[in-house]
Design a protein around this ligand. Structure first.
Ligand SMILES: Nc1nc2c(ncn2[C@@H]2O[C@H](COP(=O)(O)OP(=O)(O)OP(=O)(O)O)[C@@H](O)[C@H]2O)c(=O)[nH]1
Ligand SMILES: [Mg+2]
Ligand SMILES: [Zn+2]
Length: 331
């Protein structure tokens, strides 16, 4: 089977091009079993793209509010597949101070973070520069503007985009299959459908902390070398002490606990949180409360303001280019 980004040899037989040979892949990005989308393919392993040089993890300001939990699973999967990643905050026209805090945390971790707005035409040139001579992929939840960004970069307005579902603010899965677009200068973009939750249950619990770079200088000082930094005695765990003292981010720690909950299959996040020391748990819950207050504020704003974006009509067709077939219009 071929996937977006595959490189192939083709033969021309009677005016028809056929794939004669699939070249070796340098990388393959897959979603594993339990990832859920609306598309009912839960339970299957699905390859998303091949030979990806750069993944752009697209997140959006405000809808819903930005939280590391939307980024960290992607970072784990990409790092595991050895695919370099950058973070792109789209809808920066809606950016709040809290969003800026989250972004700065990733900047401090050495990540490349850019900000874009397809509405205000901000950062599109910068994003385009990152894509130069790369086979790039846009990944992220539904409704955050991956297709809108692809439109903006391609300089046309033909890719189907949609408005956020009013009730859930979750987006509606407008893009249903990955599509490959060729830019000039040996560059290309693979626009992917939004994934609601990424399955990371195949990761080993003790490995999770390796994806939390800021834990690096702390974790070796924990008393137990298999410390998972949640239900071990507080005195023995330097990571937990780091979070309590404000030197490590509570939001990232919360994201870490969620991932640990997923990986230790029998436990969910709530159960994990029950086992965390009361003081630390309180700290996490306060942040969570603040997060939900921001969601409430966003919802109220949507009630008050006219939904100009809702009137946007669905585009009639999408145009895509397959590396093997060429340009095609699709109804
Ligand atoms: N405020 C604001 N809204 C934007 C921006 N870019 C896109 N949107 C809106 O966000 C909504 C979702 O955009 P899409 O491009 O369809 O999102 P997507 O990530 O491709 O969604 P899926 O295909 O479902 O994964 C649309 O209503 C866009 O108009 C932006 O820069 N600012
Ligand atoms: Mg889309
Ligand atoms: Zn520890």
């Amino acid at each position: 089977m071929v996937f977006p980004g595959d490189k192939v040899d083709i033969d021309k037989i009677n005016e028809t091009y056929v794939i004669s040979h699939l070249l070796n892949r340098t990388s393959i990005l897959s979603r594993t079993k339990k990832d859920s989308t609306r598309l009912n393919d839960v339970g299957s392993v699905k390859n998303i793209a091949s030979n990806v040089d750069l993944a752009v993890i697209v997140v959006a300001a405000k809808e819903p509010p930005l939280h590391p939990k939307f980024i960290d699973r992607y970072l784990m999967i990409l790092q595991n597949s050895k695919i370099p990643a950058i973070i792109c905050l789209n809808k920066c026209d809606l950016k709040t101070e809290e969003d800026e805090e989250v972004l700065n945390m990733y900047r401090d971790l050495g990540m490349n973070v850019i900000e874009t707005s397809t509405y205000s035409n901000i950062g599109i040139g910068t994003l385009k520069e990152h894509l130069l001579n790369k086979q790039a992929i846009f990944v992220g939840n539904s409704g955050i503007g991956k297709s809108s960004l692809t439109n903006a970069i391609m300089g046309d307005d033909e890719i189907k985009t949609s408005h956020i579902s009013d009730k859930s603010k979750r987006g509606r899965h407008t893009t249903t299959t990955s599509k490959y677009y060729v830019l000039e200068d040996n560059s290309s973009i693979i626009d992917t459908p939004g994934i609601r939750s990424l399955d990371i249950s195949s990761f080993n619990p003790i490995e999770i902390q390796d994806y939390f770079k800021e834990f690096e200088n702390w974790k070796d000082k924990c008393k137990y070398n298999d410390c998972l930094h949640f239900n071990e005695p507080y005195d023995s765990c330097i990571v937990k002490q780091g979070v309590s003292s404000g030197l490590l981010s509570v939001d990232r720690y919360e994201s870490y606990l969620r991932i640990i909950g997923d990986v230790l299959c029998e436990k969910d996040y709530e159960k994990i949180l029950e086992e965390v020391d009361p003081g630390l748990k309180k700290l996490v819950l306060i942040r969570k409360k603040l997060y939900f207050m921001r969601i409430k504020k966003t919802k109220e704003r949507y009630k008050k303001e006219p939904k100009d974006y809702a009137s946007k009509k669905y585009r009639k067709f999408t145009r895509y280019c397959s590396p093997t077939i060429g340009w095609k219009n699709k109804n």
